[in-house]
Write a new protein. Structure first.
Length: 192
């Protein structure tokens, strides 16, 4: 009787890894079946226009609500700043009079780079990587691994750049700029 009981326990113990493997395989198959994120929505790479459509250093920051970022061009390049406060995730706004971002929840302020000017937030704002792609979708420029502002190719932002490519119809095609909202640089590690 005792042997029978032990055999049952052993059989059960052998079954556990088998069930675990089945569950793991089911999980993988299920995740493949999940619908992919819709292109152009938060969590994907979002096309934000051609080089000529990018803001200049004198333009005020543009809020991209679908992508959940603020786009702005500083003297040192283009940045896409995540639109949630580094304190407790409130949505902050650009205050043109003060010339900085101000969070309505507890009053933290951030400069145009996303650096903390005053708390309670203690860390800079997060940033999303930017990509510049040519007409074939090849990446010809991107944010550095440190998340620094992206210097756009040396182009007259309001004209046809020298490195524009030609489409089949013979029309000049400007490189396009994209924001990868599936990845981000933490404000804690961004230095400039
Ligand atoms: S959530 Fe922005 S200051 Fe607290």
């Amino acid at each position: 009787m005792a042997t029978l009981g032990r055999r049952h326990i052993l059989q059960w113990l052998w079954g556990v890894p088998f069930i675990a493997v089945i569950l793991q395989i089911s999980g993988i198959l299920f995740s493949y079946g999940l619908p992919r994120k819709k292109t152009g929505t938060f969590g994907t790479v979002i096309d934000i226009g051609s080089l000529a459509e990018m803001p200049t250093p004198v333009d005020i920051p543009l809020h991209h609500s679908r992508g959940r970022f603020w786009l702005l061009n500083n003297e040192n390049g283009l940045v896409a700043i995540a639109n949630t406060c580094s304190h407790l995730d409130c949505l902050f706004n650009w205050n043109q009079e003060a010339g900085c971002f101000i969070c309505p929840c507890h009053g933290s302020q951030f400069d145009r780079q996303g650096k903390v000017l005053s708390g309670p937030a203690s860390r800079n704002l997060d940033r999303f990587p930017l990509l510049v792609v040519d007409a074939d979708g090849q990446v010809i420029g991107q944010t550095s691994p440190e998340g620094k502002p992206l210097l756009l190719p040396s182009v007259a932002l309001r004209g046809i750049p020298a490195d524009s490519t030609e489409s089949l119809a013979g029309v000049q095609v400007l490189p396009r700029v994209q924001v990868d909202t599936s990845r981000r640089f933490s404000g804690t590690t961004i230095l400039s």
